[in-house]
Ligand binder design. Structure first.
Ligand SMILES: C[S@@+](CC[C@H](N)C(=O)[O-])C[C@H]1O[C@@H](n2cnc3c(N)ncnc32)[C@H](O)[C@@H]1O
Length: 469
């Protein structure tokens, strides 16, 4: 009987692991634990799904409880900050500094950090690290595969062009970090990138003459590479606008400047929200139209087999569950991950679709039609009826949520404890953690197999030849 139970358990585990891979690799080097979390959603391509769109509103009771717990933890931060109304901004700033002292990777984001000084990296920020990490995990195998498939007779004569589109992209760090990855690890691959972002537009007095301004061009990447940026039919880059989304597809397909549908599509960013816990608690709701726009833009511009990387936040509302279900139906593999370099106390995650199974014209038109009907006033909106989203799929999301919400609450609690202990002695805290922070950074750099980039490949090295893209 015992043996049968063991066998049953092993088979059960194999079966579960095939369907859903919640893989938590606890990598330990020099006694430092680094979590590398991946989850693979159950893949179910049900053609009927695409005829079953229906904008409905509902909530998952199992997620409401998690949302409340998370909000309670966030509320504690609000309480500390609001305790002294006169010093609110000072306390907020101190709290942020203490949280940053515990965020090891900040050491890599400075001019003296090893990525810049030793590896020739440009403009390293927290965003740089995140996309490098995601690119290393998900894009590198894709490109290695492309290189392996080259005709060995003509290894140099390769007309494959790796195309990417990055929307919601200012100030362009994803492009800068991907440039480092591509030029140091895949230098033989031709790369053609296009980017877009929201352009703030200010109407002049007579309302006829619209003046657009670059928004957030911190590094000059929009200014110095104007031909790589496209802002859609409405010239404002807004991916919640349906005309813009359709025009992205036409722009890519018409091959302007050697363009075509893309191998890699990224959509970072979200609607800026305040630290107010009520707003934070509704981050999914506030972002729902943007989520749909980002995903639909990917479906419209990706080529068969392509990769999509989209930022999401909490996965606790029907809108996100329905989008995740949609994505899982359209890719061979769908992952949700929180990079090691993403700050643990925030909700940010990335959903990665690998191996796009292209939607046909009718399916794209159906999605465009439903997207147009999304009304941000529908708070708990889904594009599928509750009964049309398989229960086992929702259970898979529940496993992720149970895991990630606890991680997030733990990180918030840790920040709070450190604040209470060190609010008068920030330097002591920074000093105490300095060695550990450097060790964690070293492990990450080692794990990512970062290589030094030659100056000639730098995107923002304006004294050199710029024929690198
Ligand atoms: C977090 S930043 C993106 C960072 C970027 N991935 C990088 O690597 O530098 C988010 C950007 O999204 C833009 N954005 C916000 N709402 C948008 C929308 N509806 N359409 C297009 N862009 C949007 C913001 O203006 C901001 O520049």
């Amino acid at each position: 009987m015992y043996l049968i139970n063991v066998l049953y358990y092993i088979l059960y585990k194999i079966n579960i692991n095939k369907k859903i891979k919640l893989k938590i690799n606890n990598i330990k080097i020099n006694n430092i634990k680094i979590n590398n979390i991946k989850i693979m959603y159950y893949h179910k391509l049900d053609k009927n799904t695409f005829n079953n769109y229906s904008i409905t509103e509902f909530q998952y009771s199992k997620f409401i409880k998690l949302k409340d717990e998370l909000n309670k933890a966030r509320q504690q931060i609000n309480d500390i900050i609001n305790k002294n109304v006169d010093n609110k901004y000072k306390i907020q700033s101190l709290f942020d500094k203490i949280s940053m002292s515990l965020y090891a990777f900040d050491n890599l984001c400075t001019k003296n950090g090893i990525l810049v000084s030793k590896y020739g990296a440009e403009m390293v920020t927290n965003t740089w690290l995140k996309i490098y990490e995601l690119g290393n995990i998900f894009l590198s195998p894709f490109l290695e595969n492309k290189i392996q498939k080259r005709n060995p007779k003509y290894p140099k004569k390769d007309d494959y062009i790796f195309r990417s589109l990055h929307v919601v992209e200012a100030p362009g760090t994803f492009i800068i970090a991907l440039n480092h990855l591509l030029k140091t690890k895949f230098s033989s691959i031709n790369w053609n990138w296009t980017a877009s972002t929201y352009l703030e537009s200010t109407n002049d007095e007579n309302q006829n003459n619209k003046k657009t301004e670059y928004f957030d061009d911190t590094y000059g990447i929009m200014h110095y590479f104007p031909n790589n940026w496209y802002y859609g039919a409405n010239h404002n880059g807004d991916v919640t606008n349906i005309e813009n989304l359709i025009s992205f597809r036409h722009f890519m397909l018409n091959g302007v400047g050697d363009r075509d549908l893309v191998d890699l599509y990224t959509a970072d960013g979200g609607i800026p929200i305040t630290d107010d816990c009520n707003e934070y608690g509704n981050i999914d709701i506030i972002n729902q139209k943007l989520y749909f726009g980002k995903v639909l833009c990917g479906f419209l511009t990706l080529k068969e087999g392509g990769i999509m990387i989209v930022k999401t936040f909490d996965h606790l509302e029907a809108c996100v569950v329905s989008i995740l279900y949609l994505i899982s139906c359209c890719f061979k593999e769908t992952y949700v991950t929180k990079p090691q370099t993403s700050k643990p106390a925030n909700s940010e995650c990335y959903v990665v679709g690998v191996g796009y199974e292209s939607l046909n014209r009718q399916q794209l038109n159906d999605l465009i039609e439903i997207f147009d009907k999304i009304n941000i006033k529908n708070q708990h909106m889904s594009i599928f009826k509750k009964e049309d989203i398989p229960r086992n799929f929702v259970n898979e999301i529940k496993k992720w949520n149970n895991y990630i919400v606890v991680e997030q609450i733990n990180a918030i609690t840790k920040n709070m404890k450190k604040y209470n202990k060190y609010y008068n002695s920030l330097d002591e805290l920074t000093e105490k953690y300095e060695k550990k922070r450097n060790q964690i950074c070293e492990v990450w750099v080692h794990e990512m197999k970062i290589k030094k980039m030659d100056d000639k490949y730098k995107l923002l090295n304006f004294n050199k030849d710029k024929d690198v893209i």
